[in-house]
Write a protein that binds this ligand. Sequence first.
Ligand SMILES: Nc1ncnc2c1ncn2[C@@H]1O[C@H](COP(=O)(O)OP(=O)(O)OP(=O)(O)O)[C@@H](O)[C@H]1O
Length: 375
Amino acid sequence: MLLYGPAGTGKSLIIGAVTQQIVDLCQSKGERFGVVNINCQPINTLDQAVFELVQTVANDVDAEVGVPETGVSTKRKYRRLYELINEHYDSVIFILDEIDLLVGRRTNEEPAYSKLLYQLSRASNTNEIEGQVSVAALTNDPKFMEDIDGRAESSFNPRDVYFPDYDANQLRQILENRRDAFRPNALTDDVLPLVSAFAAQSHGDARKAIDLFRGAGDLADERDDEKVREEHVRESQEEIDKDRSLKLIEGLTTQKKISLYATASVAYLSNLSGSSVPSPVGFKVYQWVTDEIDADQMTRETYVKYVKELSTYGLISTARKSRGRGGGMYMEFTFTGEPEAMMNRIVDDTRLGAIADQEDILQSVVNAQLREFHK
Ligand SMILES: Nc1ncnc2c1ncn2[C@@H]1O[C@H](COP(=O)(O)OP(=O)(O)OP(=O)(O)O)[C@@H](O)[C@H]1O
């Protein structure tokens, strides 16, 4: 089977629940049904994946692993895997969670997941495993099968099971079952519908819906409020959104980070009221910062382009302004979130740390430039 769909739509949960039912059913008939479940995310190579499978089975049946992790061929590991399975199970299902992440080390070779799927799904045909073999591959990637080798595709040839996003009703039912995480009567009536509606609107991910539900509870708890109310849900959602946009910053190139940092510092360190940043001032501060840390210096157009780009992430808004007759036009940047939080996020991982240590000087540069601009 190929279980695919976006994150948090219940793929792992459902395959776990269904196989548990099969295990129980088989047990009542005196059959041994093995469930061999691994998550491929931390695994780098085919060899490690096979070893992980051996370990998982050995653990489950309380047997010796029987092969060393390194220093023997992958073939030996497969052999040990089949040996353990033949000894202890009548039939088996391999569950390979996050299968698309098992790519292996070499780029121009058949990916590791393709080889693994090929081997496991044909192990029954080749009699390496004596009983029935099922393979369930779980992935978020709808195009997963496109990268599978033709040979693997014809032996794996899965039945597709698609897991769509949950809608608000489904999320509500899922959360209903988690009411017991709260004290009796702690939830006001609008909390569950609101969490479900927010979660359905933005992603349909049960894991995130549960996080939001818990976040609202945490907030009420921190404030010693008797009940969890709508406002706790809204604030908790705001926190999550804020954190998400800050995370975006981490992925920016160094030049974009410097541009954003300089602009944010004008908003944060300005002695003037209001935190909008005229682009000529932002650019002067940007030049000062690049000089200080000895980084390349882009033109003013590029600087403005970089900062404007951030408005597409909703971090800032931009407006065109006129300096009055004969003064020309400039852009004005206004931060939607806290400029200080952005600056902190940036210095976490760049050379800009050196600038953060001289905030006094930066502040005087910012204010000198602002005075100059408004003269
Ligand atoms: N139908 C459901 N009923 C109750 N809880 C659910 C349901 N679906 C998902 N959950 C909960 O949501 C969380 C995520 O589910 P799960 O790990 O199964 O998703 P997934 O589709 O495998 O996601 P990923 O691709 O991110 O691994 C888990 O805590 C799970 O218990």
